[in-house]
Design a protein around this ligand. Structure first.
Ligand code: URP
Ligand code: ZN
Ligand code: ZN
Length: 469
C-alpha cells in the first residue's frame, strides 16, 4: 500500500517547509518537491499543515481508581485520541498490590486486545515491592519494551509508595536504563489535611484543592529530584501544575541534572475557581494535582517556552460526572480524581499557544510529539516526519473552526473541560502508519489496527546533557 500526500506544509520540531510525502508499507520513504510517483492513494494537503502524529505520554484507560473504573476503555479513549491527532500514547499499567509485574502486564495487555485504534506502549506504576513484584522482575521490564517506572508519592492508602520503594526503584532504573516518573505530592501531609477538613464538615469539591496546597507538590518534586540524583536515575515529573514545582525542576535543569517535567493541557486553562462552581459542578475539575490559582498559568506558559517543562500530556483519566464523580457528593475525598482531555490537546494548544503567539508551531510539535517520543524511547519511529519514520501524519486544517463540546466528543464521558471553547484549527485527516484513521468526522479504520510498541531504553543522547557537579 502506498500513499502520496501532496503539497502540505511539513512542521516538525525543527523544520517548516512545503513538500510531498511518499509512504510505502507504513513508512515514510521519500520527502521531496513535486514528487512524480504513482500511489494507491493520493491526499491533497495544499493549504494544510502536516504534523507528526502526536504522542501522549500520560493516559489512564480502563483503570480501576477511586472506587470505580475510568469510563474510557482502550477503544473509546484511543478513538478520542485519533480525532485529536494523537496516534501513539503511553498508558499506565498499575501493579495491583500483591501482584507480580508479569501478571499486571498480562492483565493490561488483555484490556487492549483487539480494541486498539492507535499505537500504544506502557509505563509500569510500581505500587508494591514487598509482597508483589521483585527488584529482579522490575529490572526485566525494559526487555519487554516497558522502559519507564512510575511512582505515586500521593494517594495514601491506595497507590502511594514510601520513600524506600521510590528510592529502590530509582536504583533499579539507574541500572536498567529506565526513566523514573513521579506523581509528586506529599501524600502524608495531604492525608492529614483531608482528615482535618472532613472533621470540620468541609465536604465540597473545592476542598480537594484546599487540602493539596502547592507547597506539597513543590516539596515532593524537590525530594524526588534529590533522591534521583543520589540514585543516579533520570527523572520525569508528571503533571506539574504550579510555580512551587516548576522552580526545583528549573534549578535541577540549570545544574544539568537528568530531570524533565511535563504539564497537562488543563493546567493552562482551568483554575481553582472552577472547583467552586455550584451544584456539584466543581467535581468535574477534581483531578490531581488540583486546578491552581490563575497566576500559575503564566508560569506554565513560560516554563514550556523555555524548556523548563518539556512535554504537554493530557493525563486523560475520564469519569462520568453523573454516576462516577457523584460518588463524592457528600465527601470531596471520594470524588474519583481525574479528567478527560485526549481529544482536545492539539486544539487547545494550537489555539491558545500558537495562535495566541505564546509558542511557535515548531515548539508545539516538540511539546506534543517529538519530546515525548524522545523521552519515552519512541523516536524517530514516532514524533517526527522523516524518511524512515512511521507514517503517522496529521493533515491539519489551520482554518477550520470548531466549538469544543461534550455533545460531539468521542470520549464516553458526559462533560468536556473546555465546553463551549471556540478554536480555529483541527485535524482533517489522520494517518496511522499510512492507514487513514480519521477523515473529517469519520473514523475510517476499525479497532484492531493499533499496535503495541516496545519502547527503547532511555536515550543516551538525552543523558549526555548531564554534568557532574
Ligand atoms: O487526577 C488524576 N490525575 N488522576 C489520574 C491519576 C494521576 O494521578 O495521574
Ligand atoms: Zn498523578
Ligand atoms: Zn495520571
Amino acid at each position: 500500500m502506498s500513499v502520496l500526500i501532496k503539497g502540505g506544509r511539513i512542521i516538525t520540531a525543527a523544520d517548516d517547509y512545503v513538500a510531498d510525502v511518499y509512504v510505502e508499507d507504513e513508512t515514510i520513504t521519500l520527502i521531496g518537491e513535486s514528487l512524480d510517483l504513482s500511489a494507491d492513494a493520493v491526499i491533497d494537503a495544499s493549504g494544510k499543515y502536516l504534523l507528526p502524529g502526536l504522542v501522549d505520554p500520560h493516559t489512564h484507560l480502563d483503570m480501576p481508581f477511586g472506587g470505580t473504573t475510568t469510563i474510557d476503555d482502550v477503544e473509546s479513549g484511543q478513538t478520542a485520541a485519533a480525532f485529536g491527532g494523537t496516534t501513539c500514547h503511553v498508558d499506565f499499567i498499575i501493579q495491583p498490590q500483591g501482584s507480580s509485574f508479569a501478571d499486571a502486564v498480562t492483565e493490561w495487555r488483555a484490556k487492549a486486545n483487539g480494541k486498539q485504534v492507535i499505537d500504544m506502549g506502557y509505563h509500569m506504576a510500581v505500587t508494591d515491592l514487598k509482597e508483589g513484584g521483585s527488584l529482579e522482575e522490575l529490572a526485566s521490564l525494559p526487555d519487554e519494551g516497558i522502559t519507564s517506572y512510575k511512582l505515586f508519592m500521593a494517594y495514601k492508602g491506595a497507590l502511594m509508595v514510601d520513600d524506600e520503594t521510590l528510592f529502590r526503584t530509582m536504583e533499579v532504573a539507574s541500572q536498567t536504563g529506565a526513566l523514573v516518573m513521579v506523581h509528586a505530592e506529599n501524600g502524608d501531609a495531604i492525608d492529614v489535611l483531608v482528615k482535618q477538613a472532613l472533621a470540620e464538615g468541609k465536604t465540597e469539591p473545592k476542598y480537594h484543592a484546599l487540602t493539596r496546597p502547592p507547597e506539597t507538590e513543590g516539596e515532593a518534586t524537590n525530594r524526588a529530584i534529590q533522591l534521583a540524583r543520589v540514585a543516579g536515575a533520570p527523572l520525569y515529573v508528571v503533571h506539574v501544575s504550579c510555580k512551587e514545582s516548576i522552580e526545583p525542576i528549573e534549578l535541577a535543569r540549570e545544574k544539568g541534572w537528568d530531570v524533565w517535567g511535563e504539564t497537562c493541557t488543563q493546567y493552562f486553562f482551568v483554575d481553582y475557581t472552577f472547583l467552586e462552581r455550584p451544584n456539584f459542578e466543581g467535581a468535574k475539575y477534581v483531578y490531581t494535582p488540583p486546578p491552581r490559582a490563575k497566576e500559575n498559568q503564566e508560569h506554565l506558559w513560560n516554563a514550556v517556552r523555555t524548556d523548563t517543562l518539556s512535554a504537554i500530556s493530557t493525563d486523560h483519566c475520564a469519569f462520568l460526572w453523573d454516576g462516577q464523580k457523584t460518588l463524592g457528593k457528600d465527601d470531596f475525598s471520594k470524588i474519583p480524581n481525574g479528567g478527560p482531555g485526549l481529544e482536545n490537546r492539539l486544539h487547545m494548544i494550537h489555539e491558545f499557544g500558537v495562535r495566541a503567539g505564546r509558542i511557535s508551531l515548531n515548539r508545539m510539535v516538540e511539546l506534543l510529539a517529538t519530546a515525548p517520543a524522545k523521552l519515552f524511547g519512541l523516536y524517530p519511529k514516532k514524533g517526527t516526519i522523516a524518511v524512515g519514520s512511521d507514517a503517522d501524519i496529521v493533515v491539519f486544517d489551520p482554518e477550520k473552526k470548531l466549538t469544543i463540546t461534550a455533545a460531539r466528543q468521542h470520549s464516553k464521558t458526559d462533560y468536556n473541560l473546555y465546553e463551549g471553547t471556540e478554536v480555529t484549527g483541527s485535524p482533517e485527516v489522520v494517518l496511522l502508519r499510512g492507514n487513514v484513521l480519521v477523515e473529517g468526522d469519520e473514523l475510517v479504520a476499525s479497532a484492531g489496527i493499533g499496535q503495541y510498541v516496545a519502547r527503547a531504553r532511555f536515550g543516551r543522547e538525552l543523558r549526555a546533557r548531564s554534568v557532574v557537579a
